[in-house]
Write a new protein. Structure first.
Ligand SMILES: [Zn+2]
Length: 311
């Protein structure tokens, strides 16, 4: 555990009040007792702190290292080398005050068990490092859809490539475009059929290009706007990715398991209906009249069609 701790922490040098002169690592990753064993063995005070040996005169430093015996030969050469090393250290290496522990993950708030646990979790599961909590867990979206989006992010939904990895023997063909292999990224970001749905949806919702710079749905989620929406029009954008992925996935399932297909414009309208119902249930309807928006959407998607009854 000690090694783990020091991977994230370091000592900020002070005057050496807490640092053991011989056994701590305090000069360029060197332990003096290991490098100068004969001098260490002769030290009068083997448990000295750096501050016991370091002396300041004005802003200049000198080292006072009392020994039990006078050294000779190789041991004396070792002592001279050690003194040369110490004399090469500038006084600025020892700012006034005690050493401080710097906890690199959060230098301002310092060490906490929670912070250490988070660091270990990030090392173990690197995808969690930038996990877009605020984008995936949305209060106004049904929890089953949020869980689905969590699975999409982790590429855990039951696409054909995932099932094959688990040992299923299946032909891998995307049920939407019927051309390419089905993967999580393909279905939502790369599939020509799905991207066309997204592009039609862009006529009605303020969303960017799903294929702009990214072909990875996890990256799309990580870069989705996180600021809290100020009105229902912004809410509409905020939840559009959920509505799109969920509706496209339902269509994929209906094609895969029931062999039932509906055209893209109808899928776009279903996305609009999902957005409308989530906004309404979440009471996010204000200046932006979601009902009028949905009717406009319907009229533009299906011109020359007369509708009766509610949307
Ligand atoms: Zn496809």
């Amino acid at each position: 555990m000690k090694e783990v701790f020091w991977r994230f922490a370091q000592v900020e040098q002070g005057r050496g009040i807490w640092t053991s002169f011989w056994s701590d690592v305090w000069i360029e990753g060197r332990c003096l007792a290991d490098e100068f064993p004969r001098v260490a063995a002769a030290a009068e005070l083997p448990n000295s702190r750096v501050a016991d040996i370091l002396n300041f005169v004005g802003d200049r430093i000198f080292w006072d290292l009392p020994l039990k015996v006078n050294l000779r030969g190789g041991a004396e050469r070792e002592r001279v080398n050690l003194m040369n090393l110490l004399d090469s250290l500038p006084s600025s290496s020892f700012p006034a005050g005690p050493e401080r522990l710097r906890w690199n993950p959060s230098p301002a708030s310092g060490f906490s068990v929670k912070s250490m646990f988070q660091q270990l979790a990030i090392e173990r599961f690197p995808r969690e490092a930038n996990f877009p909590h605020k984008v995936i867990w949305q209060q106004i979206v049904p929890s089953k859809v949020c869980i689905f989006m969590w699975m999409v992010y982790h590429k855990k939904i039951a696409t054909v490539d995932n099932l094959k990895r688990k040992g299923w023997c299946l032909a891998n063909r995307c049920a939407l475009c019927e051309a390419d292999e089905e993967t999580v990224d393909h279905i939502f970001c790369q599939c020509n059929f799905a991207v066309e749905i997204w592009n039609i949806l862009r006529n009605f919702v303020d969303i960017g290009d799903i294929r702009a710079n990214v072909t990875d749905i996890a990256e799309t989620l990580r870069t989705w706007p996180v600021s809290t929406p100020e009105n229902s029009k912004q809410w509409c954008t905020r939840i559009a990715l959920h509505a799109y992925c969920w509706t496209v996935w339902l269509e994929r399932n209906s094609r895969t398991f029931n062999d039932e297909k509906i055209p893209q414009r109808v899928i776009v309208y279903k996305i609009g209906r999902a957005i409308h119902s989530w906004l309404t249930a979440g009471k996010k309807v204000d200046v932006f009249d979601a009902g009028t928006w949905l009717i406009t959407m319907k009229n533009r998607l299906f011109p020359n069609t007369v509708f009766f009854g509610p949307a």
